[in-house]
Design a protein around this ligand. Structure first.
Ligand code: BES
Ligand code: MN
Ligand code: ZN
Length: 513
């Protein structure tokens, strides 16, 4: 999508479709909705007035109303997009509203459209708290760009319904305001570009995106973005004594890939400066291995590399945003297969850290590759760790599809992560990983075992990882429920979501402004 921002009256902008946002200023549960447009353009307000008063439009989030030849404006069509209650309006609703506008244009074959920058000042202060200009512009672009892909690349009958051109129309105002909008606009393109790149990777089937192919795609991205990137395989795993990662990989005909991406700020960093370690689970297909999964829904397990896609996407954004902090991305990629050479329940493997692990279930493979990835990141000098993984079905049972499971061994690191959430708009729910759960992964045979029984499955998986994070401040994101969107939304297609990319980038930036 070709996007630009112009500063003028939205009503005077000639376009096939102009989207304008509306909020409901009524308060209280029983109250009749009172939709109000978030624009100060008299032309736009005039065109929509009659329809807004009809009562058929409630301005709820994701609701749309399309008017043809709307009279006093230059646009051929006016699309009114609801953002929900005025009182609770957030930038995330603006993001979803922009996505809704783009997704309303697509089935109508509209190739060129515009969105009027929401002016919360059009509504009196008692209804709306002002949205920061920069963040609003960023969210608009993110929402629009994220809504655009269809994930039908492999369909021969696919119809190209893409929107080619999108213009953000903001009122001509003070220089300071226009500069802020411009800046948010550029950042929005970076964040959404990174997120869409992650989604592309997750969308690829397992026969196309092998660990080797994932390594190639990461390397190409790094070359283009100006990051250093090394892609290693079996020999390096042996050299580093990554016994846990290697055990998972050994049953597959596809060699594993250990991907190391490095961002160093221009001018370098101080010796005692933080180094952020981004570790991703990159299982390109998870059959469960010898502890094989049932056939039902197994095809979904191509998305078991979504954690690594999030990290590769985050690195792409970091390369463009250039924070003043060093960042190392480590991806552990393998295919989990049953085979004569595959690892087995009862096997004892030695992780890179030296800990011995008794394998109880070969389907608990994600924690094994991450164990070595986390330890390796520490040896590379990382002082702060974050991992993302489609780690457990138990996390999906606990939290469903709306919240990522978050675990941490450090309060201030967790607080710093949560501080970025109002910007990213993604949802995380912290679950415990305190030492009282540790007994569940104690092993008679080795130091620990790779499953902790039925109780608190997402927690015991996190407890396993915590063993390898050790004293290093660490955050674990279990994205199993949020990495794939199963239900079409007005602002989002079905398919890969690119969850956590924006929040991880936000967190990294908070360590180097
Ligand atoms: N990739 C799966 C996690 C998963 C399962 C994600 C279902 C989404 C839906 C992971 O490797 C896995 O198989 N975990 C097991 C762990 C168990 C054997 C302790 C699980 O959750 O069932
Ligand atoms: Mn598994
Ligand atoms: Zn898995």
């Amino acid at each position: 999508m070709d996007t630009k921002v112009v500063f003028q009256d939205a009503g005077q902008f000639a376009t096939a479709m102009l989207a304008v946002f509306a909020v409901d200023i009524s308060t209280g549960k029983e109250a009749e909705p009172i939709p109000v447009l978030l624009t100060t353009s008299d032309a736009v307000k005039q065109s929509a007035e009659q329809f807004l008063r009809s009562g058929e439009f409630k301005a709820s989030l994701g609701e749309t109303l399309l008017l043809h030849n709307p009279g006093s404006v230059k646009a051929e069509r006016l699309l009114i997009v609801g953002l929900g209650k005025a009182k609770t309006l957030s930038v995330d609703e603006v993001r979803k509203g922009a996505g809704t506008a783009v997704r309303a244009a697509k089935p109508r074959g509209i190739r060129e459209m515009a969105i009027a920058f929401p002016e919360d000042r059009a509504v009196s202060d008692e209804h709306v708290d002002s949205l920061p200009y920069s963040m609003t512009a960023r969210a608009l672009i993110e929402g629009a760009e994220i809504a655009e892909p269809e994930w039908d690349t492999y369909r021969s009958d696919r119809k190209d319904l893409s929107v080619y051109t999108l213009t953000l129309v903001a009122k001509d105002g003070e220089a300071l305001v226009t500069a802020e909008i411009q800046q948010g606009f550029s950042e929005g393109l970076i964040y959404s570009g990174a997120q869409n790149f992650a989604r592309e990777l997750v969308n690829e089937p397992g026969n196309v995106l092998t660990p080797t192919e994932l390594g190639k795609r990461a390397k190409d991205m790094c070359d283009a973005a100006g990051l250093t990137c090394e892609v290693y395989s079996t020999a390096k795993l042996t050299e580093l004594k990554m016994g846990a990662f290697a055990a998972v990989a050994q049953g597959s005909a596809e060699p594993p890939a250990l991907i190391v991406m490095t961002y160093t700020p221009e001018g370098g960093v101080a010796n005692d400066a933080p180094v952020m370690g981004l570790v991703g689970k990159g299982i390109t297909f998870d059959t469960g291995g010898i502890s094989i999964k049932p056939a039902d829904n197994m095809e979904k397990m191509k998305y078991d590399m979504a954690g690594s896609a999030a990290m590769i996407g985050a690195m792409k954004a970091i390369a463009a945003l250039k924070p003043s902090v060093k960042v190392i991305g480590v991806v552990c990629s393998a295919e989990n297969m049953p085979d004569g050479k595959a690892f087995k329940p009862g096997d004892v493997v030695t992780a890179m850290s030296g800990k011995t692990i008794e394998i109880i279930n070969t389907d608990a493979e994600g924690r094994l590759v991450l164990a070595d990835g986390l330890h390796y990141a520490k040896t590379l000098g990382c002082t702060h760790l974050i991992d993302a993984a489609t780690l457990t079905g138990a996390c999906v049972v606990a939290l469903g599809y709306n919240n990522v499971g978050l675990f941490s061994n450090d309060e201030s690191t967790w607080e710093k992560f949560m501080a970025g959430i109002p910007k990213s708009g993604e949802k995380f729910w912290r679950l415990p990983c305190t030492d009282d759960y540790r007994d569940q992964i104690k092993s008679q045979i080795g130091d620990i075992m790779n499953t902790g029984g039925r109780a608190a499955g997402a927690v015991t998986a996190a407890m396993f990882l915590k063993e390898f994070a050790g004293e290093t401040p660490w955050i674990h994101l279990d994205i199993a429920g949020c990495a794939w969107n199963e239900e079409l939304k007005p602002w989002l297609p079905k398919g890969p979501t690119g969850i956590a990319v924006r929040s991880i980038v936000e967190w990294v930036r908070s360590y180097g402004a």
